[in-house]
Structures are given as structure tokens and as C-alpha cells.
Design a protein around this ligand. Structure first.
Ligand code: NAD
Ligand code: UD1
Length: 339
């Protein structure tokens, strides 16, 4: 298939491009490079041994630019990664987040519809479950209260696409609810490249290990979990990438609306991650226990059985490989794509 990949220069998009090409698909990337570097696309091309990945630098809110892209290509489907994703920043800049994520998706869906491309895979998040009503979380679990504008945009955009598909059954909408993506491509050539102080656990750990930060702050050790620290379902980004290739099957068989949890089904605590990282990589990660972080929940991991049954997709990598590959990326690229 020929796929439009919005946000394809970013962390998950760049890894997904590799798996798409490996499976015989082709792609055109549209990204405004707000949170990414075109070097990532060069490295993807190098890994899969093609001259270049077709790329248009454009904002998905720019209707004319999108119209031009659709006039030049006939797409079978869109994988829609483009969006702003920093939880803390979304609390400080709600209007910017709602505007970018909601409007961007409205324009994209409208232009897709006009050009007869009614197949979309959307990057959603476990955040839509709020504080989950059941653990492990199945797709039947009711959606919960999102504590921040970023999470609200995911939840609302899911609803927008569900309504669209209901009104026009020609649409095939696949909502992938990612759990906690970490790791990097095993080549060490592409990976996560956060701006400023990382919000998420793994990039913070790797920056402590490389000496850019003094110590990790562990947010709370009084949760009702085995060691008191928060438990999450970490998933290797390469597994997450292959889930998008598998999700194309749901489009191929015209499934209408399909929703999948994309995680491993295993929960690991903050201290499990720190200890595994230290053991696998032979580096020190000093840490200190701090207060809980506002908006955090105790435990979040999924039941990934639906994706296994319907898409034949299962995560292959474990926590050790996630820690190894995150470190391999960080140590080879201490300043991300700038080095
Ligand atoms: P990322 O920031 O690395 O990638 C997003 C890309 O979208 C960036 O390259 C950015 O420049 C681009 N972009 C943003 N707004 C745009 C716009 N208006 N027009 C064009 N391009 C735009 O993030 P990521 O981690 O690769 O996440 C990809 C998607 O998955 C996002 O929608 C994110 O919300 C979602 N998601 C991520 C996680 C995670 O932990 N990384 C978890 C759940 C869901
Ligand atoms: C966060 C977001 C979620 C988003 C996801 C992926 C919040 C409340 N949720 O999920 O919406 O989809 O990232 O981008 O921000 N931790 C520390 N020290 C740190 C960082 C994290 O102890 O410096 C702990 C957290 O308390 C948590 C675990 O590590 O228990 C994972 O945190 P993080 O990587 O930020 O992911 P989530 O909070 O699960």
C-alpha cells in the first residue's frame, strides 16, 4: 500500500517507516518538523537502503499544502502520528494543544475524504482510560477522565473518528491505544529526541546515565504496587512500529471501526526499570524518592489479546532489550540528531 505518514519524522513515525518499507509498503511523510529533525528521515533511508524517504515539510493544518500532497499521490491509507504530546506543556498551553491536535486532524480528515482516501490509523494512548476501571485493561474498559489537555485531544479525536465512521461506513478507522513506548532501533541510528528536560521516565534515565542530569527523581513510593512505585506497560518502539503494519490488515479487510491496545501485557515498576537498565548496561543511575507527580496513577497495563487474535500481532521484545536499545541510542547520540 502507499501510505501517507503524518508526523513521520518523529520518534514513533520514523521507526514505523522502517517496518512499512520492510513489509513492502511505500510512504510519503508530511511533518512540520516542530518536534523532529529531518536527519531522522535520512537515517531511516540509510537503514532500509533507499535513496530517500519522500518528504513534504508542511503543517497538517495547512489545507492547501495537504491538497497538493493528495493531488500528487494516490494514497491507500494514512497513519496519523502528527500532534503535540507533552503532557505538562499541554496544561500550560491548552489552546495551542487543542488547536494543533484537533484542527490538524479535522483538516486532514476533510482532505482525505475529498480525495477518496477513507482509511486511517490513529495514534491514540492508554491515557484515554484515565485511572483504569479494570486491570489488565481490555478495549472494553470504559474510557476515563483525562487529567490534561493532551489526553483530552486523544479522547475527543477518537470520538470524532468514531462518529465519522458511523456516519459514513466507507471509512475504516483503526484506533491504536499505545501504552508506554521506549527503546530505539537496534542500530542505534534513530531514537527518541526530547527537547529540554524529559517528562518521561526512560529518556530521563538515559540522560542521568550519560551524565547530563544528576539523578532520577522517582515520583512516589507509596502506591499500592509491589514496591510502591508506579507500574506501567512499557513497549519497545520497534514492536509498536510493527503493530501499525499489522493494523493495515484491519483496513485491508474493511473492518470499519477497530480499537486495539498496543502493549506487552506486563507491568513494570519504576524501580524495575531502573534496576534492569543498570544491570543490562552496566551503568549507574542514581535516584531519589520524591513526592508523587500530579495526575499520575498507580498501575496501568493492558491485555493485548485482541490485537493478537485479530491482527496476529504480539510484542517480541522484553524490558532488557528496551533498556539496551534506549541506552545504545543515547550513548551513540549524546545530543540526539545534533551530534
Ligand atoms: P513526536 O513528537 O516525536 O512525533 C510527532 C511528530 O508530529 C513530530 O515530528 C512533529 O514535528 C509532528 N507534528 C506535530 N504537529 C504537527 C502538525 N500540525 N503538522 C505536521 N506535523 C506535526 O511524538 P511521538 O512520540 O513519535 O508520537 C507520535 C504520536 O503518538 C503522537 O500523536 C503522540 O501523541 C502519540 N502517542 C505517543 C506516545 C509516546 O509515549 N511517545 C504515547 C501515546 C501516544
Ligand atoms: C505519560 C503521560 C501520558 C502519555 C505518556 C506517553 C502523564 C500523567 N501521563 O504517561 O499521558 O501518553 O506519558 O507520552 O504525564 N516517573 C518518575 N520519574 C520521572 C518520570 C517518570 O518516577 O522523571 C514515573 C512516573 O511517575 C510513572 C512512570 O515513571 O510512574 C512512567 O512515567 P512516564 O514515562 O511519564 O509515563 P506515564 O506517566 O505513564
Amino acid at each position: 500500500m502507499k501510505i501517507l505518514v503524518t508526523g513521520g519524522a518523529g520518534f514513533i513515525g520514523s521507526h514505523t517507516l522502517i517496518e512499512l518499507y520492510r513489509a513492502g509498503h511505500s510512504a510519503v511523510v508530511v511533518d512540520n518538523l516542530y518536534n523532529s529533525d529531518p536527519e531522522a528521515l535520512k537515517r531511516v533511508a540509510e537503514i532500509i537502503r533507499v535513496d530517500e524517504i519522500p518528504f513534504v515539510k508542511a503543517d497538517i493544518r495547512d489545507r492547501e499544502a495537504l491538497e497538493e500532497v493528495f493531488a500528487a499521490h494516490r494514497f491507500d491509507a494514512c497513519i496519523h502520528f502528527a500532534g503535540l504530546k507533552a503532557v505538562g506543556e499541554s496544561v500550560a498551553k491548552p489552546l495551542e494543544y487543542y488547536e494543533n491536535n484537533m484542527n490538524g486532524t479535522f483538516v486532514l480528515l476533510d482532505v482525505m475524504r475529498k480525495h477518496g482516501c477513507k482509511n486511517i490509523i490513529f495514534s491514540s494512548s492508554a491515557t484515554v482510560y484515565g485511572d483504569p476501571a479494570i486491570i489488565p485493561i481490555t478495549e472494553e474498559c470504559p474510557k476515563g477522565h483525562c487529567t490534561n489537555p493532551y489526553g483530552q485531544t486523544k479522547s475527543m479525536l477518537e470520538q470524532v473518528m468514531m462518529d465519522l465512521q458511523k456516519a459514513d461506513p466507507e471509512w475504516n478507522v483503526v484506533l491504536l491505544r499505545y501504552f508506554n513506548p521506549i527503546g530505539a532501533h537496534p542500530s542505534g541510528r534513530i531514537g527518541e529526541n526530547p527537547n529540554g528536560i524529559p517528562n518521561n521516565l526512560m529518556p530521563y534515565i538515559t540522560q542521568v546515565a550519560i551524565g547530563r542530569r544528576e539523578k532520577l527523581n522517582v515520583f512516589g513510593n507509596d502506591y499500592p504496587t509491589p514496591d510502591g512505585t508506579g507500574v506501567r506497560d512499557y513497549i519497545h518502539v520497534v514492536d509498536l512500529a510493527t503493530a501499525h503494519v499489522a493494523a493495515l490488515q484491519a483496513i485491508d479487510r474493511k473492518q470499519g471501526l477497530a480499537i486495539y491496545n498496543i502493549g506487552t501485557g506486563h507491568g513494570y515498576s519504576v524501580l524495575d526499570v531502573v534496576k534492569t537498565f543498570v544491570k543490562v548496561n552496566g551503568v549507574e543511575v542514581p535516584y531519589e524518592i520524591k513526592e508523587r507527580r500530579a495526575g499520575d496513577i498507580a498501575t496501568c497495563y493492558c491485555d493485548p489479546a485482541k490485537a493478537a487474535k485479530e491482527l496476529g500481532w504480539k510484542a517480541q521484545y522484553g524490558l532488557e532489550e528496551m533498556c539496551r536499545d534506549s541506552w545504545n541510542w543515547q550513548k551513540n547520540n549524546p545530543n540526539g540528531y545534533q551530534s
